[in-house]
Design a protein around this ligand. Sequence first.
Ligand code: SF4
Ligand code: SF4
Length: 336
Amino acid sequence: MKKKTVSFSKKSVNVFFHILTRCNLRCRHCYINPKAHGKKTLPINVIEEWLSALLKKKQSANVIFLGGEPTLHPELPRAVKKARSLGYKSITIDTNGYLFNEILKKVSPMELDFVSFSMDGATKQTNDGIRGQGSFDACLKGIRQAVSIGFNTSLIFTVSSTNIHELAMMPPLLEDLGIDRFFIQVIGLRGNSAGSTNNKTNPANIQVSKKRWLDLIPEVARNAAGRGIITTYPKVYLRPEERFECAGLVADNYFIFPNGRVYRCPLCEDFPIHSLMFEDNRLKSTSGINEEDLFRLNIPEGCVMNRLIQPENLEYTAEGKPKHKIACCLLKEEVY
Ligand code: SF4
Ligand code: SF4
């Protein structure tokens, strides 16, 4: 078994494309924030224009279609086919598992590299407590359908204090389902988790402690990898001697929303500090202070956005020095 830190690269473009914000679920930790991201469903011709604009010549690019629930968009199959014909290297759909509009009958495993499912508990009780009644069964059904047709599948589990006790139960479940890749995600204080809408939980209480994270997550990842499932999780904590890098400066990621906002950092998505914007289907830089001004700040705590929006995960010595740095939220460890 091997483990590596997935380094940032400017050579590969990653496009996280929210084609609508509408969803059939109301997850407690949903990061979609209609005030910041609008309520639009992008017309297919706009999706196609933006896909073309983002594919820089001679660069490889990956696209992940997201929402809301992207399968609610009736033209998603056309968007997938367009991305393929434009030459995107990999194409993924992130879904809550309901798979609307018979999406898996309208695209083939040749056209779509991954169907990525979100599940936040190994039991119906825990998952449905977070994601809503019926969502566990719907997701299982969707996974089984995708696997039976021959799609590559992955699963995202967002860890919080409400479901961490079930994380270790996931590897055998994933093996049984035939999932190829496992993404363990850390809950971020954005959207509902930041207490902006229907989350009644104190946001500081849903994050897991450093000790719990470090004790459990690498072990579960090794367990899943031992079953042949490539597993990825955020590094989160950097030792003092480890180098900090901000993906906003050293990678090429685009987080696109249907109101035209384009961010380079997912932690900035709740705020009007996007550095790019689609106007008349052209990608333009925004004027004024924006996220890029934050990326350049060099602070001993590591990630500036973490320091601003979720400082609960920082600890200091008696002299006031941070005990650890927080890595960029996009820095991942991969076990395989
Ligand atoms: S987290 Fe995803 S599935 Fe859940 S409500 Fe938000 S967009 Fe929908
Ligand atoms: S999460 Fe922090 S380190 Fe990563 S891109 Fe955003 S500001 Fe930079």
